[in-house]
Design a protein around this ligand. Sequence first.
Ligand code: IMP
Ligand code: MG
Length: 184
Amino acid sequence: MKEIILSTEDIQTICKEIALKLKDRFKDNETAPVFIGVLNGATPFFMDLLKYYDGVCKIDFMQASSYSGTNSTGVIHLSKDISEDIKNKDVVLIEDVVDTGLTINYLKQYIQIKYQPKSISVACLVDKKALRRVDFDVDYYGYILRDNKFLIGYGLDYKGLARNYNYIFVPDVEEIEYWDKMSK
Ligand code: IMP
Ligand code: MG
């Protein structure tokens, strides 16, 4: 490992803060907001955020991918759509990392056009703001990463591996080589 970007404690603090903001935002709602996790990467963040959110909500999942190895391909593939009825509901898309912005921008537009919710906001754990290829602002973010680093852990993967860490880090060459071997 080269560097830890977010420790387990950092992540829990972020989850509590965002959960409180969401609770406050929806406290006067007459219908439950729907929290949509973007599979697979957002799974740990989604679960921890929900753990600290003590308001009413429904949950659902979408699956999209644009990454191959350590780079975003820019081509979005939607492999799972939601099943909840979200028309006229408040929706929060929960994502691990927003990088070029292409994935989340695509999902937001897709939901808007297909389902016409009352509102759509986006919460992400890491915002790689400097790498945007589309103009996209995240509503709730945990941490802004200002340089181009490839991150691993807490949902973030390399070739499907290493999502199962409780913290986020920059891997070293030996780790990448090991995962290259193990992913075959
Ligand atoms: P975007 O479409 O370029 O914004 O890419 C966003 C998606 O790429 C996220 O949903 C992540 O799953 C994945 N991603 C972005 N940066 C990283 C990274 O540093 N490590 C692992 N996955 C990443
Ligand atoms: Mg993702």
